[in-house]
Design a protein around this ligand. Structure first.
Ligand SMILES: [Zn+2]
Length: 507
């Protein structure tokens, strides 16, 4: 048996030892890590461990599986503490049992080292003098980062970059919205280039269907939050980069706060709502935004620079209805298509940060990967927002409206959980979709297109609207809120995000 656990309580070593006892095991090796009273010359009073629980759990299980496979050991247990610990208290317990002594020793040793470098656990030391300090103890900021010196010579050799350009990159703070098909290459190149601070916003968990285009992840990560996974991968790629993560999606209520700490934003969600919201927030904040989107074998790229170039609303003043546009899930896509566009976004970001030559005329870049067609569609700065008081005024108004409507998204892992929480469930999909894919909970059916006319059927209840992906239901919920209906919400990610759905499609 192999068991890994993160524990908030005192570790019961007798119970763990009993779990590993087996008539076939002649060797048993235990490692106990205790809280020490000194570290780097300072007297320590106690410790506080904080973990990315889910990620720590999966990484811990992975380490035990590797140790077992490498050293032919079947019986391994490991428990890592979290929370406050006093000096002398047990922080980590590793037990390995095997037929012969040597395997148990080696497996135990492997787990000790791997935990230290890979487990996403941070410790805060409390010193006798009364102060505290966070001491990261996993690979991102551990021993590795102290010994690893990034080598940027391949890019500093460029006359336009040089050491001065590199210093600019190190000082830059770039926010990437969406760590998916576009975000994977964008983040990889920005971290590799040595951009000092990278922010990652992604509310999704990794799905198996993401792996063909989202190169930051691997098959073992399915089901885990992408922002956290991406940060782990990028920290391993370049330990000198400071990473900040948001595992909630951007919404009108948090956009200004999230944008406040960054100099440049890449919109990589390929979600229409998010594109408009980030456009408005970037224009209001006065920071450049690099937008990209993908449709089958084609892509679009637009750079919106503060106070200069036309914005997204200059081209398309209003966000199209959710059912008018598709997604990678609905339309299909080959991995390299977002790969190319995401890499172009990273290139545009580096061009802005390094002040490299760029086209003077504002344009929408259209990329057709089948026909090798790359076209610049000029944008007339005199039309669009210019006719309505300018980009900033238009963006401010749109943001205020979005804030007034509020965030309608609610996250649930099961529909009955929402029902138990007092939400009336409303299926806004079409009749054909419902017939082929019925929801496993009693609901009211009102197609999204009819929601406004049939709002009376909802009564005064608190409602949770849902569809396949969460886009149409969000649109419908916002339409109802605009009509003045208050307690109206939308299931974030739709049926595809539910646990039951995941179990069904993955089985
Ligand atoms: Zn504009």
């Amino acid at each position: 048996m192999k068991r890994f656990a993160i524990a908030a309580d005192v570790i019961d070593t007798d119970a763990l030892r009993a779990e590993l006892q087996d008539g076939g095991n002649g060797g048993f090796c235990v490692f106990e890590g205790w809280v020490r009273n000194r570290n780097e010359g300072r007297a320590v009073d106690g410790l506080e461990y904080e973990a990315y629980a889910e990620l720590a759990q999966s990484e811990g299980e992975r380490i035990l599986a590797e140790a077992g496979a490498l050293h032919g050991v079947d019986d391994l247990c490991c428990v890592h503490r979290t929370g406050h610990l006093k000096v002398g208290e047990l922080a980590v317990w590793i037990g390995a049992a095997s037929a012969h002594r040597d395997e148990a020793f080696r497996a135990c040793r492997y787990v000790i080292d791997a935990l230290k470098h890979r487990l996403p656990v941070w410790k805060k030391e409390h010193y006798l003098e009364g102060d505290t300090a966070w001491v990261a103890c996993h690979h991102a900021h551990g021993e590795h980062s102290r010994t690893f010196a990034p080598d940027y010579t391949r890019q500093t050799r460029l006359r336009e970059v040089g050491t001065e350009g590199q210093a600019r990159l190190a000082a830059a703070r770039v926010l990437v919205l969406g760590a998916g098909g576009l975000g994977s290459p964008a983040l990889t190149y920005l971290a590799g280039a040595g951009v000092g601070t990278l922010g990652i916003v992604d509310g999704d968990r990794l799905e198996a269907s993401n792996l063909h285009r989202q190169t930051l992840y691997d098959a073992r990560d399915v089901g885990l939050p992408k922002a956290t996974l991406a940060a782990r991968r990028l920290a391993a790629l370049n330990p000198s980069v400071t990473l900040r993560t948001w595992t909630e999606p951007l919404h009108a209520g948090n956009a200004a706060d999230v944008f406040a700490d960054f100099d440049l934003v890449l919109e990589c969600t390929d979600d229409m709502r998010n594109r408009y919201l980030s456009n408005d927030a970037a224009v209001v904040a006065g920071i450049p935004l690099i937008l990209a989107s993908v449709y089958q074998y084609e892509g679009q790229l637009q750079v919106v620079e503060a106070g200069g170039t036309p914005c997204l609303r200059c081209l398309w003043p209003r966000e199209p209805a959710a059912d008018a546009i598709g997604s990678c899930a609905a339309n299909g896509v080959l991995g390299p298509t977002p790969g190319v566009l995401g890499a172009m976004q990273a290139m545009e970001a580096l061009k802005i940060l390094l002040d490299l030559p760029r086209p003077r005329e504002p344009a929408l870049l259209l990329v057709d990967l089948l026909q090798h067609d790359l076209r610049r569609l000029p944008i007339d700065p005199a039309t669009g927002c210019a006719e309505h008081g300018g980009c900033a005024a238009v963006a401010r108004k749109a943001l205020a409206e979005a804030q007034r409507i509020g965030d309608v998204d609610r996250r649930f892992t099961r529909l009955d959980e929402a029902a138990a929480a007092g939400y009336r469930l409303v299926d806004v999909r079409d009749a054909e979709e419902i017939a082929t894919h019925p929801a496993d909970c009693a609901t009211l059916h009102i197609p999204a297109a009819q929601i406004a006319e049939r709002a009376a059927a909802l009564g005064e209840d608190r409602c949770l609207l849902f569809c396949a992906t969460g886009r149409r239901s969000r649109d419908a919920a916002e339409r109802l809120r605009r009509q003045g209906r208050g307690e109206t919400y939308s299931l974030l990610g739709g049926l595809a995000a539910l646990d039951t759905e995941r179990a069904r499609t993955h089985s």
